[in-house]
Design a protein around this ligand. Structure first.
Ligand SMILES: [Zn+2]
Length: 256
């Protein structure tokens, strides 16, 4: 085992020694059509028996593959059309300040209905907004639009950002967005995970939030695929580590 893996596994051992279980979960974004990369992702999840939360863009999502998902795959809603509506002064977002709340909620409801019909029992009413951004005033209204969960990026600031809305974020991003959109590398990925776990042990991050691994199948190079397979192999049966299903994390979130 090289030094990079050793540091990560040392952190897992610290949790084990303190009698606490490390909880991990996996979210993959931008699914829409059954591309070769998406096929590979689904095959990896099946081979590794990994619970996968697939964030699907409702608009343009094709019915065929969504109707035949294996049991380990659950579907979250990745915005509605994944179109960037940001004004020049905003960062990229589908839900820009310039769009009325009413219009945004109507779009979200429509996307939810479409995705729930396509993915059926695999669908969870959980929103993973594109670019991980959602205005606070829209977050507050998600429960009334039928959502029971929200997932963005970074340590959550509240377990329930609105009454009836559970938030569980991702904390490890496998893609280097500003460096050519390739894999960040084994070292950077494992360091992000170890840093989140260490911050939780030190009380600098919500200790009850599972560490979320965020992947983007369309951007994966061979190194990213190899890393994921290795990560799953090394952690799936590790003592004191548990990979959780999204339906377990968004506790009380009924399947549509
Ligand atoms: Zn996206």
């Amino acid at each position: 085992m090289n030094a990079v893996w050793r540091a990560f596994e040392d952190e897992l051992a610290r949790w084990r020694d303190s009698g606490r279980e490390v909880e991990l979960w996996w979210r993959d974004d931008d699914a829409c059509r059954l591309t070769p990369a998406l096929t590979r992702l689904l095959e990896l999840a099946a081979a590794a028996q990994m619970p996968l939360a697939l964030a699907v863009v409702p608009e343009g999502a094709e019915a065929g593959w969504l109707g035949g998902l294996p049991a380990e795959v659950e579907v979250l809603q990745h915005g509605v059309d994944h179109r960037n509506r940001a004004s020049p002064s905003e960062k990229k977002t589908e839900f820009a300040q310039g769009e009325s709340l009413h219009a945004a909620l109507e779009r979200l409801r429509g996307g939810q209905a479409r995705l729930a019909a396509l993915a059926q029992g695999h669908f969870l009413p959980v929103l993973a907004p594109p670019w991980n951004r959602l205005p606070a005033q829209l977050t507050a209204r998600l429960p009334r639009a039928g959502f029971r969960g929200l997932s963005t990026y970074g340590v959550r600031s509240a377990v329930e950002p609105a009454p009836g809305l559970r938030q569980v974020n991702t904390h490890v991003d496998l893609i280097a967005w500003r460096q050519g959109r390739g894999f960040v590398g084994e070292e950077a990925a494992l360091q992000q995970a170890a840093a989140h776990l260490a911050a939780q042990r030190a009380g600098r991050a919500d200790p009850s939030e599972p560490t979320g691994w965020l992947t983007h199948h369309a951007c994966h190079d061979e190194a990213a695929w190899t890393f994921l397979a290795r990560l799953f192999e090394r952690t799936r049966r590790a003592t004191g580590v548990r990979w959780r299903r999204a339906s377990e994390l968004f506790d009380g979130v009924a399947r549509a």
